[in-house]
Design a protein around this ligand. Sequence first.
Ligand code: UDP
Length: 356
Amino acid sequence: MRVLTVIGNRPQFIKASAVSSRLRARAEEITVHTGQHYDRELSQVFFDELKLPPPEHLLGIGGGTNTAQTARMLAALEPLLSDLRPDAVLVYGDTNSTLAGALAAVQAGIPVAHVEAGMRSFDRAMPEEVNRVVCDHLSSLLLVPSKTAVDNLARESVPGRVEEVGDVMVDVALLLQPACRARTEALEPYGVEPGGYLLATAHRAGNVDDPARLAQLVDLLLSLPDPVVLPLHPRTRARLEAADLLRAVEAAPDLHLAPPLGYLDFTALLCNARAVVTDSGGVQKEAYLAGVPCVTMRPSTEWVETVETGWNALVDLDGERARAALARPLPRERPQLYGDGQAGQRVADAVATLAG
Ligand code: UDP
């Protein structure tokens, strides 16, 4: 039994690390790295730190528009699928690599398993939302992290089999957050103390590609009440430079820029932050798991439960709303959402039945 896993960006390496070794105990897994993220800081460091087996195939397809990138991935995957003839293709999340992997597989008559199926922000302006919807409708096996996702898929009447397995990113967070919390040396380069700073991340196309939105984002970050540590995504760095905003950000005394960090240092900064300010999907969830409040610089989220429980606030790019959210008292309850940390095993078991 052979499973071809298609991954290509940072969160996918993290998610695959919860599944890969378990899947390899049950099936032959061959990994294709599309090259969507190729810098060492966004790719190799996660293979090393999270002990993800190195990919058997590297497509080297990064850059370009979403459409052009997806098209190049499809063209590269087609001959690979016809050579390798896997019994199933496994994809994660909502990126171009997810969509290309799923579509190429279905065109070749190979069943698709989608991890993190059923997530919806209901915002079709986000390229990720379009990728999710299409991929879910192409998949034979939809592995979902939450009850909300089950309900979303029921409403859309997807043809595939839906299984609620929990969230594979939660597996990694629950395993590594306790040790990372103690890794306070990760804070030293920024001169901040546990509980005395905010951790920020920003890279969504909707926030950084439009110079006017980007300027609003910078204003928001510069108006926050505590020191801010900002590991800068390469896309955001490039957009700041192009908009002539990078120097202002570098010069701000309470904004400490960092390169994109490995999982362990990033998680150390997350667990010790007073709060997180982000437009990331995964980081909203990781903040919840760490008991760190989150302010999300987006108008919508797929991780609605984090908002409903009071741990996350959607502020878009409104600085006043962000500051108000940061002043709120912490909620008392933090129920277990998104599973028990065993999702990776359930994914491996379910995929093995599909491929068998
Ligand atoms: N992350 C990391 N280093 C960083 C920023 C993020 O290791 O400098 C991790 C973070 O812990 C989370 C994942 O990358 O697990 C989130 O990735 P990203 O925000 O790029 O993607 P999204 O979840 O928004 O698709």
